[in-house]
Design a protein around this ligand. Structure first.
Ligand SMILES: [Zn+2]
Length: 211
């Protein structure tokens, strides 16, 4: 805790002072250009990797950067509604122009979908949450032969991003804006140990290095 308080003091005296005008401008208004959906993983820091300032990104982070399939309000589950509400708010109220789905290397959430039942039963809320990504596991298991764990990890993290883009398009207001060209959807993969970022090219169905 001591380190966190020291950080707060440093923020106020250094970073805040440096961007004082920006913070004043943001006092009662935000106009983020992008909804960033990323993993809760402590190593994935949206503003750091995109070099964004306060006011630019509307951020949703959850285990394994999952987008639950769209549901009508009466079908909402407690486990999925927070992410769904954030997507709705970003599109309908903040009118963001881009949505980024950011996955990453060594994702514990993606690995957790392969944990044995008895282990998952001890973390029931996580188990329930990961069920929203069952398709990913199915698709990976069809492609990975034998016990190549590294390949399974790599494929799961990549397929998971593509699958979440599909889920996003089940939201009627997302689909409408996307089809009209008013909204861009970007699948992104961040590699922790190299800082590399790959962006999904839907035409080639491949992730391409951009930095
Ligand atoms: Zn993760």
């Amino acid at each position: 805790m001591h380190n966190l308080v020291a950080g707060l003091i440093k923020f106020r005296t250094q970073d805040f002072e440096e961007h004082k005008n920006l913070f004043c401008k943001l006092k009662r208004h935000q106009e983020p250009h992008t909804l960033f959906i990323g993993c809760s993983d402590s190593r994935v820091v949206p503003e750091l990797i995109t070099k964004s300032l306060p006011g630019e990104l509307f951020v949703v982070r959850n285990i394994a950067n999952i987008v639950p399939n769209y549901k009508q309000p009466h079908e909402y589950l407690a486990t999925t509604s927070a992410t769904t509400a954030a997507i709705e708010y970003a599109i309908m109220v903040l009118k963001v122009k881009n949505i980024i789905i950011c996955g990453h290397s060594n994702c514990g959430g993606c690995a957790a979908i392969y944990l044995p039942e008895d282990v998952l039963d001890k973390i029931p809320a996580t188990k329930k949450w990961l069920e929203t990504s069952e398709n990913v596991k199915k698709r990976v298991m069809e492609e990975v032969k034998g016990s190549d764990l590294e390949m399974r990890e790599w494929l799961t993290e990549h397929i998971n991003i593509v699958e979440q883009i599909k889920h996003l398009l089940t939201y009627p207001y997302v689909e409408e804006k996307y089809n009209k060209g008013e909204l861009d959807i970007v699948g992104m993969y961040y590699r922790i140990e190299t800082g590399e970022v790959y962006i999904f090219n839907s035409q080639k169905s491949a992730f391409e290095l951009v930095n």
